[in-house]
Each structure stands twice: as C-alpha cells, then as structure tokens.
Design a protein around this ligand. Structure first.
Ligand code: SF4
Ligand code: SF4
Length: 384
C-alpha cells in the first residue's frame, strides 16, 4: 500500500475528513496553551492537503494524546486516534522521534515483548501481603517495579501503590492474583505507533491472564486500564474478564459497606485531585476517585479550576515527550494545586512521577503528591 493510500485510511478511520478547520482543538489544547507553534488544527490541515512531511515533524510526537480536543471537536474527529495511527507511519524514519529518558522505557517494553525473557518483578511483595497464582480477582501491577529503579532519584516509590492495593484487597478478605510473568500492557508502544510489539506484549499478558482463571482484572494504572479494557478488546476481541481501575473497585467496596476508613487515621487537610487523561476523558471515570476521597475522614476536597472532562494532562505522555512545554504545564498545575490544597492526589503512577519531577525544578514547591491507592491504605491504618 502506498504511503498516501495508507494515510487516506487513517483519515477515514479517524473521521479527519470531517475537519472544518474551526480550530476549537487548538483553543483547548494544553500544549497550544504553552507553545504557540503547536497547532492540532494545522497538523490536520497539512495531512488533509497532502503535505506528508508533517509526519516527520516534532508536533506529531509532542501531542499528549490527552483527548481534550476530541471532546470539543464539532466534527467528531477522533484526533487522538488520528495521531496514534500517524505515528505508526512516522516511525519509518526514526530520527525524528527521540523519546524522553533516552528511550530507555521503550527499550524495556520491547525487551518485555520477548516471551522468553525471565523477570523478577514481584520483589516488592512483603511477607505481610497475601497473593495467589490463580483466582477470580487479578491485580495487574503494570511497570511499577521498573519505575522504582528508573525514577528512584525523584523520591517516588511506585511499588507503594501496588503494596497498598494488595493490603486493601487483603483487608477486604480478598487474595488477589499477582502474575509472576506479567508484561508491560503495551500502552506506550501502541501510542508510539509500534503496533507489532504492542501485540506481542498483549498476547503474552492475555495468555498469562487466561491461565490464572481471573474474571476480574483490577489495575491502579489508568494506562493499563485503558489498554486492557479497550485496546485488547479492539485487537483481540472481547475478553472474558472485566477490567476495573482500583478507584472503581474501592468505590464499589465503599458503596457496598465493605470498606470503611478508620476515623483514627483522619487526614485533616485540604486535598485536590488530578484527573488522569486515560481514566477521565478516555474512559469517563470521574466520580469514583472523588467518592473515595469523600469517604476518607477529614479529607476536604477542593477542585482545580479545570477538572473532570476539562482537566489538563500532567504534561507528558507515553515517555515520549518531556520538554519546556511539559514543564510549563506541570508548573501551572502545581502552583494552582498549592494555592487550594495541602495535598495533591493522583490516580496514575505516571502523573505522580511527572509532577514530582517538575517539583524538583520549582523553588519552594514542597507540596505532597500522593496516589489515591496509597492514601486509601493509609486511611485504613496501614503504614505506607
Ligand atoms: S476541532 Fe475538529 S473540526 Fe475543528 S479544526 Fe480541530 S479537528 Fe478540525
Ligand atoms: S490530544 Fe491533547 S495535546 Fe494532542 S492535540 Fe488534542 S488537546 Fe492537544
């Protein structure tokens, strides 16, 4: 298939041919808000007019695929899908997309796509946590054990999120399955246009999940959540397990009266919540994390001005891009959060890493950023 006819296919699937050049996308785009040279409208126009060189320009890779534009587009263009597929075309000339952190995370994901790879990824499980190899409820950990090693210097321990999740499961009388040989879900490779390695990772995971007999897969990472729930279904057909984000699992447990936070662990502080793009705009989970926060004794929730479907991304996506624009988005968010709250709560391990990293660049920004799962475990009295 020629380059142009495959691009025509992308234009058709994403409905980009409907684009009326209204620029509503550019007006809400968080990147355009900090970098005038970035214009989603212009990218669409150039592709529609056949200026395919745009495929090899930076803009295609700086887009956060956050979906803020999709929600405002009057022509129903699937802009994030449009970008995702165009990246697959762009990858043919690798020199234009140098990923953040020297591409180490993408390399790690590609290594994980080799089914013969032997990993030790359960070292974070301590003697006080009960996990199983088979069972109905599976906790999908994601790449948290690797983040601990790569981002140690930021003072973030991502496996605390996994440990907290297991402790909460155990508190509820559930022994979750944790897979010894889980692989990266493939989210970042899929959104970087590397469909081939995404599919290899997904096949490994689906094979492993099937062996456990799980009927419910719960994850604390919104990107794993989106990938397992939507993308595995798109590429491999509907699966016979349900996928939940941990905030949904917590919220359901609270609503059933099974999970009651400990009054003795009162928070007594103002909190605000960062809606992760994949959890919020991509899958519409806005209220469950807020329900959990509302149930924690002493947590007084104040909202960022742009929240829920209008929320601004944490500034970096898929470990592809991290530059001045990312830092500016993060700086604005942290400054606003600090002006209304003592604690910034996220429900995404990557949001936490990106915001903690930005904090290191901002003088006097000593705000605590904590994951919702960790906060919930603390509110039950666990020392995390
Ligand atoms: S909002 Fe939609 S129709 Fe308007 S310029 Fe952007 S992609 Fe085109
Ligand atoms: S997906 Fe987000 S970053 Fe990309 S063009 Fe749309 S609003 Fe901008």
């Amino acid at each position: 298939m020629s380059n142009r006819s495959s691009i025509d296919g992308i234009i058709e699937r994403s409905r980009a041919y409907n684009c009326v050049q209204c620029a509503k996308c550019s007006s809400v785009c968080p990147l355009s808000g900090v970098d005038e040279s970035f214009s989603p409208r212009l990218i669409a126009e150039k592709i529609l007019l056949g200026f395919d060189e745009i495929l090899y320009e930076k803009g295609l890779w700086t887009c956060l695929t956050c979906g803020a534009c999709d929600d405002k587009c009057p022509s129903d263009v699937d802009y994030r899908g449009f970008i995702r597929e165009l990246r697959g075309k762009s990858r043919q000339r690798e020199e234009v997309w140098k990923c953040a952190h020297g591409g180490v995370l993408q390399s790690l994901m590609r290594m994980m796509s080799d089914s013969a790879l032997k990993q030790d990824r359960v070292g974070w499980i301590t003697g006080d946590m009960k996990v199983a190899d088979k069972g109905e409820i599976l906790f999908f950990v994601g790449c948290l054990p690797y983040f601990d090693i790569i981002f140690e210097d930021f003072g973030v321990k991502s496996t605390d999120i996994a440990g907290s999740a297991v402790k909460i499961f155990n508190h509820l009388g559930v022994t979750p399955v944790v897979m010894q040989d889980e692989r990266c879900c493939g989210h970042d490779l899929l959104w970087s246009g590397d469909t081939e390695n995404f599919m290899r990772l997904a096949k490994n995971n689906l094979k492993q999940i099937k062996k456990t007999g799980a009927v419910k897969v719960v994850t604390s990472c919104p990107e794993c959540y989106r990938t397992l729930k939507l993308d595995y279904a798109e590429y491999f057909g509907e699966q016979d397990f349900e996928v939940l984000h941990f905030s949904e699992y917590l919220s359901d447990s609270i609503n059933r009266g099974e999970l009651v936070f400990n009054e003795a662990c009162r928070l007594n502080g103002r909190v605000t919540y960062q809606d992760p793009c994949r959890l919020g705009r991509h899958l519409g989970v806005y209220e469950q994390p807020r329900d959990v926060l509302g149930s924690i004794p002493g947590a007084c929730l104040g909202e960022l001005e742009l929240n829920r479907d209008r929320a601004v991304c944490c500034g970096s996506s898929c470990w592809i891009n991290c530059g001045q624009s990312s830092k500016e988005i993060q700086k604005r968010k942290l400054e606003e959060a600090k002006s209304i709250a003592d604690l910034l709560v996220t429900a995404c391990p990557k949001c936490q890493i990106h915001l903690k990293c930005a904090m290191g660049d901002l003088e006097g920004m000593d705000m605590d950023v904590v994951d919702l799962t960790v906060l919930a475990a603390r509110a039950l009295g666990y020392l995390v």
